[in-house]
Ligand binder design. Structure first.
Ligand code: PMV
Length: 331
């Protein structure tokens, strides 16, 4: 049977990956640490068929033909080469949340695709190798292979890129129970991909070097705060990492924020002034992801509901890594 279906969740980085190593192969220039977030899912079915004359890629019911299809076929090509199998594939993928809008659909998408494609073609790779495969398409996707708190090491500028670079689990979800409220600002796709945004930041931002120096330090401190279960320090460092990343990007004219982003940030800061320990993180899109202890989530939710511009709020928790499922399983 040359078919497999995988389900994966997006992940949100607490310490951000922003910037690639100059070597070919999509290596991050800074380390990152994320939470895999259940509450949002991608399900991807892959079938390798001798009767297919070319790869067919259907995302959200729409047949892809442009750059989105190419990114998928490149991964399929790596899998075919590794397996010594020339068959083309049909890929059918669905998200239960907006695609390409800064909600990490590329992370869940390429994690689900990497797992389903390797299994469908008969490669019995371990999670680390599947993570390396996913990283080549989208570095953040390497982290969604694992559940809980997950780290992706960097290849520091000046160091030689290794053959394989995979994410690795740092702590299970139960290590530090968290609530994640996602304040959705729009369902529209973003206008600048994260790859282009990070390239422009490194090329043009006067703060590019500051970011490349500061990001690994924030990462190390955040990792220690997580390991000692220091929620407040971890939240402060997560927010600091997101703000430093966006400050460096904005200085290069790369701005993913809109008015709703600022309003949601102000809500988080106002809650903090009232004594609620809650922190924000923002990726390559306008949505603010709000972290808290589970007991505070209700209060934060009502404050976000009263914030202008937020379309809706999705609740998540720290969840499982990518896994094989039945094609009929609901999303
Ligand atoms: O892996 P990409 O190309 O989708 O880039 C991810 C970039 C951020 O989401 C902004 C940060 C991160 O570490 O996930």
């Amino acid at each position: 049977m040359s078919e497999a279906t995988a389900l994966a969740h997006p992940n949100f980085a607490l310490s951000k990956y922003w910037g690639k190593h100059p070597a070919e192969g999509n290596f991050p220039a800074v380390p990152s640490l994320s939470i895999t977030v259940s509450g949002l899912s991608t399900r991807t079915n892959v079938r390798f068929l001798a009767s297919c004359s070319d790869d067919r890629v259907v995302i959200g019911g729409r047949e892809e033909r442009g750059a989105a299809r190419t990114r998928v076929t490149e991964l399929l090509q790596r899998v075919r080469s590794a397996a010594g199998d020339r068959r083309h594939a049909e890929v059918i993928s669905d998200n239960d949340f907006p695609t390409a809008s800064g909600l990490a659909s590329s992370a869940s998408g390429f994690a689900a695709l990497a797992l389903a494609a390797t299994r469908a073609i008969g490669l019995d790779w371990d999670a680390s190798r599947v993570s390396d495969l996913a990283r080549r398409s989208s570095a953040s996707a390497a982290r969604s292979i694992f559940g809980g708190f997950v780290e992706l090491p960097d290849v520091a500028p000046g160091k030689t890129a290794p053959d394989q670079l995979s994410a690795r689990p740092v702590a299970p979800a139960e290590h530090l129970p968290l609530a994640v409220l996602i304040a959705i600002a729009t369902d529209a796709p973003k206008s600048l991909s994260s790859s282009d945004g990070m390239r422009r930041t490194l090329e043009r931002s006067p703060y590019a070097d500051a970011w490349l120096t500061e990001a690994p330090r924030l990462h190390e401190r955040l990792r220690s705060a997580l390991l000692t279960r220091d929620f407040v320090a971890m939240g402060e460092l997560a927010e600091a990492s997101a703000l430093a990343m966006h400050a460096a990007a904005i200085a290069a004219g790369v701005c993913y924020w809109d008015a709703t982003t600022v309003e949601a940030l102000r809500t988080v800061w106002a809650l903090r002034n009232q004594g609620v320990e809650t922190y924000a993180t923002i990726d390559a899109g306008p949505h603010v992801k709000v972290l808290s202890r589970p007991a505070d989530a209700l209060r934060i939710r009502s404050a976000l509901e009263a914030t202008p511009g937020i379309c809706r709020i999705v609740e998540g928790t720290v969840g499982e890594g990518a896994r094989l499922v039945n094609p009929e399983d609901p999303l």
